[in-house]
Design a protein around this ligand. Structure first.
Ligand code: GLV
Ligand code: MG
Length: 361
C-alpha cells in the first residue's frame, strides 16, 4: 500500500551536532571552516597524455589549482590510463598548487574505480574531488559516506573536500540543498555545456553569451517601424549564476564559473569571467594555458579598488558610523563591502610579493 510521507518526515534533518561527526569510525572529523586558499583558476589537465603530464610541475607553478580530469574529454578507452596518470600527477611537486580531480558521473561505469584509485593512490595529497552532474543532496550524501569509509580504511587524517558541478536542470532546482548537504562541500562550479543540454537550450556554445539572446527597443513610430531597432545582447547565464552564488553564500562555500570553450575568444572569456567575479565567484576553470592569465587578471582584485577599500577601512576603524570619501557615502555596509575586497587582496599579497607591494599591504 502506498504511504504518503508526512511533512515532518519529508523535511527531516540530521541533528546539527551530527554534521560534524565522522561518517565512519576512524575517518577524520569534518572541517568546520574551509581552508583559506586562493582558487582563482582551476587548471584542467588530461592525465592520460604523457607529454601533458610531463609539463605538470611547470604549469602548477603558475596556477592556484591543478586538476586531473577523468570525466568528459577523456575518451572511454583512456579512462584507466587517466586514473594512473592522475595518481602520478598527485605525487609530483605541485609547487604549492591545490590538487583536485574531476571524477566521472555517479551513474557511469568508471565512477567507483575513479574514487577508490584516487583515494588509495593520492588520498593524502588530494584536496578536492570535483563531482559532475550532481542532481541533489542525495548524491553528496553518497559521496560523503563513501569517502569517509575509504578515509577510515586508509588511515587518512585530512578529509577530502567535495566540489559539485551545477550542470543539470534538476541540480539547479536543488542547488541550495546541494550546497548545504555536507561539511565536505567546498564549492560549486557552473557547467554551461551539460546544463544547456539538460535544459534543452538551443546553443552549441560552452558558456558565454549568444548573439540571438537580446532585448530589443520598441518600434520607432517616427519611421513607421521600418528603421533599425536598437538591441543589446543579454547574459544567458545570469539567473543560474545568481541562484548558485546565493546558495553558496548561504552555506559558506565558494561559487566558481566553469569552462569557457571558445579558446580563440580571449575577450569573450575575460568578460564571462569578470561577470562571474563581480557577482561573487572566486575563480573559473582554465581549459587552455592562455586562459590562466585571464583568470589571474580577473579574479585578482584591482589595485585602485583595493586602495579605495583600504581607505574605507581606515576612515571607519570601528566598522560603524558614516564617512565621506571622494563624495561617496560610506557606512557599516560599505565597510563590509570593502572588507571583502581587502581580505581577498591580503590572500593574493601573501602569495604574490609584487601584488603585495602594488596594494601597499
Ligand atoms: C562542464 O562540465 C560543462 O558541462 O560545462
Ligand atoms: Mg559537464
Amino acid at each position: 500500500m502506498l504511504r504518503v510521507r508526512t511533512e515532518r518526515e519529508s523535511t527531516a534533518m540530521k541533528p546539527p551536532r551530527q554534521f560534524f561527526y565522522p561518517l565512519a569510525s576512524g575517518a577524520p572529523a569534518p572541517l568546520r571552516e574551509l581552508p583559506t586558499r586562493l582558487e582563482r583558476m582551476i587548471h584542467f589537465v588530461p592525465p592520460h597524455l604523457e607529454k601533458v603530464r610531463a609539463k605538470v610541475p611547470e604549469v602548477a607553478a603558475q596556477v592556484d589549482v591543478i586538476l586531473a580530469n577523468l570525466e568528459d574529454a577523456i575518451p572511454a578507452d583512456a579512462k584507466d590510463a587517466a586514473r594512473v596518470g592522475a595518481v602520478e600527477m598527485g605525487r609530483m611537486d605541485l609547487k604549492g598548487a591545490g590538487f583536485w580531480s574531476r571524477i566521472n558521473a555517479l551513474n557511469s561505469p568508471w565512477h567507483l574505480d575513479d574514487i577508490t584509485m584516487l583515494v588509495a593512490g593520492v588520498g593524502d595529497r588530494l584536496d578536492v574531488i570535483m563531482a559532475p552532474k550532481i542532481e541533489g543532496p542525495w548524491d553528496i550524501h553518497y559521496l560523503d559516506q563513501l569517502l569517509a569509509l575509504l578515509e577510515a580504511k586508509l588511515g587518512l587524517t585530512k578529509p577530502i573536500l567535495l566540489h559539485a558541478i551545477l550542470e543539470t536542470a534538476q541540480g539547479v532546482a536543488n542547488v541550495e540543498a546541494i550546497a548545504g548537504a555536507s561539511p565536505r562541500m567546498q564549492g560549486i562550479s557552473l557547467g554551461p555545456a551539460d546544463l544547456a543540454a539538460s535544459r534543452k537550450m538551443k546553443t552549441t556554445r560552452v558558456g558565454g553569451g549568444h548573439p540571438g539572446y537580446r532585448v530589443i527597443a520598441d518600434p520607432n513610430p517616427q519611421d513607421m517601424g521600418e528603421g533599425e531597432r536598437a538591441s543589446v545582447q543579454q547574459d544567458l547565464w545570469h539567473y543560474t549564476f545568481a541562484k548558485m552564488v546565493d546558495a553558496c553564500g548561504m552555506h559558506g562555500i565558494k561559487p566558481f564559473y566553469g569552462p569557457f570553450g571558445d579558446i580563440s575568444d580571449a575577450e569573450g572569456c575575460e568578460q564571462q569571467f569578470r561577470n562571474a567575479y563581480l557577482m561573487g565567484c572566486v575563480g573559473a576553470w582554465s581549459l587552455h594555458p592562455s586562459q590562466i592569465a585571464i583568470a589571474r587578471r580577473v579574479f585578482t582584485p584591482d589595485v585602485d579598488e583595493v586602495k579605495f577599500a583600504l581607505r574605507i577601512l581606515e576612515a571607519m576603524p570601528s566598522g560603524t558610523g558614516v564617512a565621506m570619501l571622494d563624495g561617496k557615502m560610506q557606512d557599516d555596509a560599505t565597510w563590509k563591502q570593502a572588507k571583502v575586497i581587502v581580505d581577498l587582496a591580503r590572500q593574493v599579497a601573501a602569495k604574490d610579493p609584487a601584488m603585495k607591494a602594488a596594494y601597499g599591504l
